[in-house]
Design a protein around this ligand. Structure first.
Ligand code: NAP
Length: 298
């Protein structure tokens, strides 16, 4: 199939380019980090990786690259899948007590035999740069003033909308997917910005009746082509958070990009949309944590 240059141009005009926006965030952070060096503060991220899941390895590589770009130091602790919950908690307690470590990240998913909630709970909330602890999630629910360490993917979505000057206040937002790391915190962050938010999930009756009302549609499910053009309002802003690897190796989101992009006023691509924004926000949180731990204003 051939696509006309006109169509390519129109789609490019609508694209919310996560690679470009995240690069801008990383370059600003690089500047901040080098200024922190004058105060002898060297932001450092500790990363715990269990096993060798290919997707986790790919995510880790992107995070490590972003650390290299910004000047954030990186230390990785690799464990076999046989590791116990207690061993991981012991390492986290060591990292909590280490003044040179400002951020702790446990790459998810963990093997089934590890009890992930206890591992996450062990992280000092001040170093919880993924924003997954109950303390940071609870604070984030109160208001935008308390989003000190907010979860990186929802934060990345907010940063993307802000960058493209997409109004949130008063808008009908529909989120598809209600996970603890994406859908639910994103809903809270958007409510705190005065959007009217509907959250859909696997038990939602007639998904399309909701998605068709959305001024801003955010999709985080993990099912390729879940959202088709007939489910989207003309002129909607579409944020595709899903990441799916097809049998032929291609990465796609949850949205039928080719057809939905014709109706959307703005749309994120996959790859190159919310993924790089998540990584940039992880770096932002690490720098903010390093500043706060050293009693500097973030
Ligand atoms: P998750 O924990 O599996 O959550 C998926 C959500 O989608 C659940 O709320 C689930 O409902 C709902 N769902 C499943 N099938 C559905 C359907 N047919 N219609 C409506 N809702 C449905 O996944 P997650 O961790 O939130 O990740 C979601 C996707 O985002 C994945 O593709 C993941 O790879 C991607 N992701 C991307 C980034 C990024 O940086 N771009 C970051 C994190 C995750 P139930 O729980 O009721 O089944």
């Amino acid at each position: 199939m051939t696509i006309s240059w006109d169509k390519i141009y129109i789609v490019l005009m609508k694209l919310m380019d996560g690679r470009k926006v995240s690069k801008e965030i990383l370059l600003k952070l690089k500047d901040k980090v080098s200024r922190m060096h004058f105060d002898h503060i060297h932001p450092k991220l500790a990363v715990i990786l269990v096993g060798k899941d290919p997707a986790s390895l790919a995510y880790i590589k992107q995070k490590q690259k972003a650390c290299a770009t910004t000047g954030i130091e990186w230390e990785q602790f690799d464990y076999e899948p046989s590791v116990s919950t207690e061993e991981l908690i012991k390492k986290i307690e060591e990292l909590n007590a280490d003044d040179k470590i400002h951020g702790i990240l446990v790459q998810l998913p963990l093997p089934e035999k590890v009890f992930a909630p206890n591992v996450i709970r062990a992280i000092d909330p001040k170093k919880d740069v993924d924003g997954f602890t109950a303390y940071n999630l609870g604070k984030m629910f109160i208001s935008t003033d308390f989003e000190d360490l907010a979860p990186c993917t929802p934060l990345g979505v907010i940063r993307m909308l802000e960058h493209y000057e997409i109004p949130i206040k008063g808008q009908e937002v529909v989120i598809v997917g209600h996970s603890n790391i994406v859908g639910k915190p994103l809903a809270a962050m958007l409510v705190n910005r005065d959007a009217t938010v509907t959250v859909c999930h696997i038990h939602t009756k007639d998904l399309a009746s909701h998605t068709k009302r959305a001024d801003i549609l955010c999709v985080a499910v993990g099912k390729a082509d879940l959202i088709t053009a007939d489910m989207v309002k003309e002129g909607a802003v579409v944020v595709d958070i899903g990441i799916n690897k097809l049998d032929d190796g291609r990465l796609v989101g949850d949205v039928d990009f080719e057809n939905v992009s014709e109706k959307a006023s703005f749309i994120t691509p996959v790859p190159g949309g919310t993924g790089p924004m998540t990584v940039a926000c992880l770096m932002e949180n690490t720098v903010a944590a390093a500043k706060r731990l050293n009693n500097l204003n973030p």
